[in-house]
Design a protein around this ligand. Structure first.
Ligand SMILES: [Cu+2]
Length: 361
């Protein structure tokens, strides 16, 4: 009985409407974990500027759900660009750094427009195997690509907003501003080092106008917040290089706990499915898996932990800082393909203008 009383008192203390006593408080859980885009809208006249940095590490390879070694790849996987009959070069590590600048503006309470500009830095480490067959290592080399990616424009429509429950729909377009012709020096199985156009994963853009659609539902209940988002990016046209990157379907859901308005802690699951690349770019003629359009895409499930902080007073009021770390829990890849290891996203967001920052409460 005493335990029950204690638990009740504790529950009451936790669920006490502390937030209601601070009508001016800005809630950290008013935004989704930083890895989610387009989760919230703004009120008429409000602007938001954001910067996100994401580092993603990939290490090792798999075919489907099974890990494969470089030696196994170069002795068993056919080279569609042959001869040689099998692949001779294997990527082993990749680091992707993405700097994302975002701007949001709400011309009215119903519509928020959003623009995102990415600057990408990719690095891929490869092992080259000597000659036309066998698994004798010749050497290693690293390729790099860097530059602006595809600019994304979209509009968010607030469909439901009860204060606690919100639903928004997003429609957008990814513009082909990122290069599809990045080159790098490689080490061939014959020991030569020509400069070639790099295969699909090292290019900075898709080369096509890609429509994007999303729906996001969030619900706040006391110190808890729940959210879910489903989105799709469609590749509806071949690019000038003769190929079309696979469509992406994506769902994610999260739960957040906010012990006080300034802080929110999140757990999130994310599933992503990408189709194979269609068509073929004849410039990518190397005996490496990344030059085969059938070895792109697959299904991935990620689990993430995140934290949001928002300043309440003075110059820090409305400044948001957030971090999210993700690890894959399931990967079924059209492979051989490099597998994800971990990703870290850091972000800063600031909104101003408008009225009482209704959507940031
Ligand atoms: Cu915003």
């Amino acid at each position: 009985m005493r335990l029950f009383t204690t638990v009740s008192a504790l529950a009451l203390a936790i669920s006490a409407p502390a937030l209601a006593h601070e009508p001016d408080a800005i809630r950290a859980d008013g935004h989704a974990p930083i890895g989610v885009m387009g989760d919230h809208t703004h009120e008429a006249g409000e602007w938001m500027f954001s910067y996100r940095f994401m580092r993603m590490e990939m290490e090792g390879n798999r075919i489907g759900t099974r890990g494969v070694t470089p030696a196994e790849i170069v002795t068993s996987v056919a080279n569609v660009n042959g001869p040689p009959a099998t692949l001779r070069v294997v990527p082993t590590d990749m680091t992707m750094d993405m700097h994302m600048l975002g701007a949001m503006y709400a011309p009215n309470d119903r519509v928020t427009v959003m623009m995102m500009v990415n600057y990408l830095q990719n690095e891929m480490i490869h092992t080259t195997f000597a000659g036309m067959m066998g698994a004798s290592e010749l050497g290693r080399f690293t390729t790099r690509s860097e530059g602006f990616g595809d600019v994304k424009l979209s509009a968010l429509f607030g469909v439901v907003d009860t204060g606690q429950t919100r639903l928004n729909l997003q429609a957008g377009l990814s513009l082909p501003t990122g290069s599809t012709g990045e080159r790098a020096r490689v080490l061939t199985p014959m020991g030569t080092t020509p400069t070639l156009v790099m295969p699909y994963p090292m290019q900075l853009g898709t080369g096509s106008y890609d429509p994007m659609l999303a729906a996001t539902l969030t619900h706040q209940a006391g110190h808890w917040t729940f959210g879910g988002q489903a989105s799709a990016t469609l590749r509806v046209q071949d690019n000038d290089s003769g190929y079309r990157v696979g469509d992406v379907a994506h769902v994610t859901s999260w739960a957040g706990w906010s012990p006080m308005p300034s802080w929110a802690f999140f757990g999130r699951l994310e599933a992503r499915s990408q189709g194979m690349t269609h068509g073929f770019d004849a410039r990518f003629a190397a005996p490496v898996q990344t030059a085969n359009p059938a070895f792109l895409g697959g299904d991935t499930v990620l689990a993430s932990l995140g934290v949001n902080w928002v300043g309440q007073s003075g110059a820090l009021r409305g400044q948001r800082i957030a971090a999210e770390l993700s690890r894959p829990v399931y990967q079924d890849l059209n492979g051989p393909q490099m597998e994800r290891d971990w990703a870290l996203t850091l972000g800063w967001q600031y909104a101003w203008g408008g009225g009482q920052q209704r959507h940031h409460n």
